[in-house]
Design a protein around this ligand. Structure first.
Ligand SMILES: N[C@@H](CCC(=O)N[C@@H](CS)C(=O)NCC(=O)O)C(=O)O
Length: 327
């Protein structure tokens, strides 16, 4: 897949959903037309950060195009639809009144990405905004939705860029309080539209593999360590992790065993297959280097394959995330 575009995505992110909807509408397929890398936002791959330092998804890297990078969801949508737009989502066909439709599409997207998103975040994630008036933000969001309820029908019965750009955010709003949304007065058109969108094959397609793999892509730029869950949780309480591998400590071995992305499964099979609760730790080698801990590639096992060996105590802050393994 060396020369294919790479899409960094996150299954539930509304920005990534809208990008995937447009890419799919343009007839593109993961595996065939692009490599899709599902991102764990707690352990962002260094390749993503090298392409776009702001570290948000979606990001589309176009290797055939001098490795140019598109790191805004709307720009990814337009890139896809400018290639192929079978439903005229961009409203490029010159039909009567289409100029007004294009202007309305822009206005709706600006309303979503600006004020609606602002109120959505403060209503849905109120705990992240201490002292916020969640109910006030919900009311403000509902006032915007009542405008959309009148405006979206002006785009006719056909789906447009605005539908794809807005509905993933409306989905999020509804998820925060489904009964509240479904029962809100003055939103009948929007409620029906969202219902159809959520049940649509287009939406189902981009929420399941291959558009939305359940497992995050494992970067060759990260290191991985399999740990017994109880030992990792004890380490978190104590402040540092000092196990080398199963049944052996750092003090006994002299280093901590680790794996590259493509070595995890075999390591698990060899040493942890019968263990009850195993966690896969994702480690940032840059954070090890920052505190002076070296990683040395050394041969292990019969084949002499090189494995990364961590030369010291594993600091908790170098562990970006942990998850049950196997999933
Ligand atoms: N303006 C960007 C916003 C994308 C964005 O904020 N995505 C969120 C996920 S929904 C993200 O990646 N956040 C980074 C993080 O959580 O660390 C776009 O349209 O692509």
């Amino acid at each position: 897949m060396a020369d294919l575009p790479v899409l960094y995505s996150f299954r539930r992110c509304p920005y990534a959903i809208r990008a995937r909807l447009a890419l799919a509408a343009a007839g593109l397929k993961p595996g065939r037309d692009m490599e899709l890398r599902e991102v764990n936002l707690k352990a962002k791959p260094p390749e993503l950060l090298a392409a776009s330092a702001k570290g948000t998804v979606p990001v589309l890297v176009l290797p055939a195009d001098g490795a140019s990078v598109i790191d805004q969801s709307l720009a990814v949508m337009r890139w896809a639809l400018e290639r192929h737009d079978p439903w005229d989502l961009l409203r490029r066909e010159e039909t009567p009144g289409v100029g007004a439709q294009r202007a309305l599409i822009e206005a709706l997207i600006a309303s979503n990405d600006g004020p609606f998103k602002h109120h959505l975040d403060r209503f849905k994630y109120a705990v992240r905004y201490p002292g916020t008036d969640a109910e006030g933000h919900r009311s403000a969001a509902l006032a915007i939705l009542r405008q959309w309820n009148e405006q979206l029908p002006q785009l006719g019965n056909r789906t447009s860029l605005a539908h794809m750009a807005l509905l993933p955010f409306l989905r999020q709003f509804r998820l925060a309080d489904p009964e509240g949304f479904d029962g809100a007065p003055g939103l009948a058109t929007l409620q029906a539209l969202l219902g159809r969108f959520l049940a649509s094959p287009e939406m189902a397609a981009v929420m399941t593999p291959p558009w939305a793999p359940r497992a995050a892509w494992r970067s060759p730029g990260h290191l991985f360590h399999l740990a017994l869950a109880e030992e990792w949780h004890a380490a978190r309480r104590q402040g540092s992790y000092r196990r080398s591998t199963r049944c052996l400590s750092l003090e006994e071995v002299g280093f901590i065993h680790a794996s590259h992305a493509d070595q995890i499964e075999a390591t698990h099979q060899r040493f942890y297959a019968d263990a009850r609760e195993v966690l896969l730790l994702t480690i940032d080698p840059a954070r090890l280097a920052a505190v002076g801990i070296a990683v040395v590639g050394e041969p292990a096992g019969e084949g002499g394959e090189l494995f990364p060996h961590i030369q010291g105590v594993l600091p908790l802050e170098a562990v970006l995330s942990w998850e049950p393994f196997p999933r």
